[in-house]
Design a protein around this ligand. Structure first.
Ligand SMILES: C[C@H](CCC(=O)NCCS(=O)(=O)O)[C@H]1CC[C@H]2[C@@H]3[C@H](O)C[C@@H]4C[C@H](O)CC[C@]4(C)[C@H]3C[C@H](O)[C@]12C
Length: 325
């Protein structure tokens, strides 16, 4: 499972938890403006917006899991196994493969409005990256620095683009069903509830936090969706970058998967491999990994964005403990 969010507190922060049982060898990758992006069915993009994100570099090509461009548009791919369908090439459409989708959008669009235009004639065409790396069934959260967010899902009906008023995406079911399910939890509150059960009897209120007593807490995607929507809706807005990024990571950690809790095969457990977030105004990319709770950061080096070579930053996965004596 995975969870992706956009959190706005002055600046906007975009990113995700990547939850899986295996790691792909991903790292922080900056694709500069003049790296030639080739596409299987579309003309290549020799000049484009620079992109920073988490990617696996395979045969020199950055396979992005999530990222954002220098204009402040972010995009993340999350598992969508079941409803997801990709299609044969359609000569009347712009045919983009799912593994090219993030560079295609982030390379060319400044914001969600521009992304919607490219999406209006797009076909997610079924072509594997290689015999070794097949397509993954994904859906995507796209959001910009204004806080506007949309979800893209390719299903049997074709390509669906939904407004996302809550700025959260997890996994199944289809996004409209996730939104509908929120109404089941509309009475969840940070405030202490009024006793409407039996007002004339004074109840023994033995604990704080009763407003969120029925908030789901499971690892499944519906539970994480509801929990994250509630957490983010009430998250404080900081006055500094440090406060904001701290709040942002607490949001993602609210739906983190600890090792041992989500069994996917005998002896195999899905867990939160990394959490990341990018400031959509400054382009600074932050991340932590399961093994290293420290927040690491890669600043956007504006003077290196005109080159053609990828900039790669291996993940710092060793725990960093601040010993005080
Ligand atoms: C598995 C990842 C999504 C995490 C997630 O949602 N997990 C939930 C699993 S489940 O619902 O509980 O089953 C996705 C996100 C981005 C994906 C990667 C990116 O799309 C980039 C390439 C694309 C290639 O076609 C396949 C390898 C790959 C390197 C993908 C592997 C994998 O499918 C990734 C890493």
């Amino acid at each position: 499972m995975c969870t992706s969010i956009i959190y706005t507190a002055g600046d906007s922060y975009f990113g995700r938890n990547l939850d899986l049982e295996i790691s792909f060898g991903q790292e922080v990758v900056v694709t500069p403006r003049n790296y030639p992006f080739s596409f299987r069915k579309m003309p290549s993009l020799d000049h484009h917006y620079a992109i920073t994100g988490m990617a696996l570099v395979e045969d020199g090509y950055p396979l992005y899991f999530d990222g954002a461009n220098e204009e402040g548009l972010g995009m993340a791919g999350l598992n969508f196994d079941g409803p997801c369908r990709y299609f044969p090439e359609d000569p009347a459409k712009d045919n983009v493969t799912p593994f090219e989708f993030i560079p295609y959008i982030l390379g060319q669009c400044k914001n969600v409005t521009e992304a919607r235009k490219l999406l209006s004639n797009l076909n997610l065409v079924k072509i594997d990256f290689s015999a070794k790396l097949h397509l993954s069934p994904l859906h995507w959260l796209i959001a910009d620095k204004s806080g506007e967010a949309i979800v893209v899902e390719s299903t049997a009906e074709g390509l669906n683009v939904y407004d996302n008023p809550v700025g959260v995406l997890t996994n199944n079911p289809e996004f409209p069903k996730q939104l509908l399910n929120l109404s089941n939890y509309q009475s969840i509150s940070p405030a202490y509830p009024e006793n409407t059960l039996i007002p004339e009897v004074k109840l023994n209120t033995y604990s704080r936090g009763f407003g969120s007593r029925f908030l789901p807490g499971g690892m499944d995607s519906e539970s994480r969706f509801v929990k994250e929507v509630f957490t983010k809706a009430h998250a404080p807005k900081g006055k500094s970058e440090i406060e904001n990024i701290t709040n942002y990571f607490h949001n993602l950690h609210a739906v983190e998967q600890q090792k041992g809790l989500d069994q996917v095969a005998p002896g195999q457990f899905e867990y939160t491999i990394y959490s990341d977030g990018i400031n959509l105004t400054t382009g600074t990319f932050y991340y932590s990994t399961y093994g290293n709770n420290q927040i690491n950061a890669v600043k956007l080096e504006k003077d290196r964005l005109d080159q053609t070579e990828l900039l790669q930053y291996p993940l710092q996965s060793e725990q960093a403990i601040n010993f005080q004596n």
